[in-house]
Design a protein around this ligand. Structure first.
Ligand code: CA
Ligand code: CA
Length: 366
């Protein structure tokens, strides 16, 4: 770590800074209710408070849990966070997922190769810098899982000792990327309430860029299903509406037994691409712990993280009635409310997305 701390200091120019907001979430929420001994998958998410930078260069934080020891978090395998992992980036010797110490994790995270090192000079870091990490959009920095205590009570996963730098707005990367310190902004813990018999949850899934589905726990009910947008995403933060039997979203709740609901496909102008949504099963107004899903990015019909020729081929297949590579819901894109047919406009939408045009068919949170 001595070397990493040294690099942070050397390349942190004292200039105007962008704060970094950090939150620990499970199912996109800062509070979940689980049964004793449940496995809780959680994430640490970060977003720079302003856009006067080119994204994160380095991020390190500690993590503690008052309900038991934490195992190291996962090592990212995909971009952008893979660029922070040794030897592409720099981490502690134990790894990106943190160093377990007395039940807590020390220095989860890593640094990108902003110094422009190549393997000719040193074995690491040797990666290519990815810009705009956690800029404008919240980024998932690290994922992990823990086992909830067997004792009913309220516990917390708490981050601390945040050290971060951002690439300066003016930096070009030639010969290296200049960075500035990113001070700790809002830091939010994850609250885990362990309840003897928590209310049954409703499972939400993304079916494509424009479709979600929800399945309340079989046998439960009478239940209403409330969809809520990710609170930190201004594109969907305002959304809080109830699922109707026809799959639309309305302000008024519709209540029926879970088995009468079955699985409902949600088709509404509030389902935006590339956004996070939470589903609350409500029993006489009392919400169960939420479940979360992310719709596919705009035009990314096969959900592989990019829009390319394969997405174009998928929608052309769909146009021909072939759904062997992508499903109907993955390629039905257009209409403020998706129109439930595959036509020339869906093809044009993927071509637009391929050329970099943003989604613009609906704007539920103007
Ligand atoms: Ca794709
Ligand atoms: Ca369509």
């Amino acid at each position: 770590m001595r070397r990493a701390a040294f690099l942070v200091m050397i390349f942190a120019a004292a200039s105007s800074a962008s704060d970094l907001n950090l939150r620990v979430t499970a199912e996109l929420s800062s509070q979940v209710i689980v049964a004793p001994g449940a496995v809780v998958n959680f994430e640490v998410r970060a977003k720079l408070a302003d856009a006067d930078n080119q994204g994160l260069a380095a991020i390190l934080f500690d993590l503690s849990f008052d309900g038991g020891p934490l195992a190291a978090m996962n090592t990212p395998s995909s971009s952008p966070m893979s660029q922070f992992v040794l030897p592409v980036g720099i981490t502690n010797p134990i790894g990106f997922g943190g160093t377990p110490s007395a039940g807590a994790l020390i220095q989860v995270g890593g640094l990108q190769n902003t110094i422009g090192n190549s393997v000719v000079y040193a074995p690491f870091p040797i990666g290519t810098v990815v810009t705009d990490v956690a800029r404008n959009r919240e980024a998932v920095i690290a994922t992990g899982s823990l086992t909830a205590p067997l004792t009913v009570g309220v516990y917390a996963v708490t981050p601390s000792n945040l050290i971060a730098t951002a690439i300066t707005a003016a930096s070009t990367g030639d010969p290296f990327w200049q960075v500035q310190p990113a001070a700790a902004g809002s830091i939010a813990a994850l609250t885990i309430e362990v309840a003897a018999s928590p209310l049954p949850t409703a499972t939400i899934a993304a079916l494509g860029p424009r479709y979600l589905s929800v399945t309340p726990a079989p046998g439960s009910g009478p239940v209403a299903l409330r969809l809520s947008g990710d609170q930190v995403d201004p594109d969907v933060a305002c959304i809080a509406h109830y699922v109707q039997p026809d799959g639309s979203l309305q302000p008024t709740q519709f209540v029926q037994n879970a088995d009468a609901w079955g699985t409902i496909v949600i088709r509404d102008d509030e389902v935006l691409p590339g956004a996070g949504f939470r589903m609350f099963a409500e029993y006489t107004g009392v919400p169960a712990s939420p479940m979360a899903a992310f719709t596919y990015a705009w035009g990314d019909t096969n959900n592989d993280g990019g829009v390319d020729i394969f997405d174009i081929l998928c929608v052309l297949d769909g146009f021909a009635g072939v759904f062997s590579q992508c499903t109907f819901h993955e390629v039905d894109l257009t209409g403020a409310v998706p129109d439930a047919l595959i036509d020339i406009f869906d093809i044009l939408a993927v071509l637009d997305a391929f050329s970099g045009a943003p989604y613009a068919l609906s704007d539920p949170c103007p």
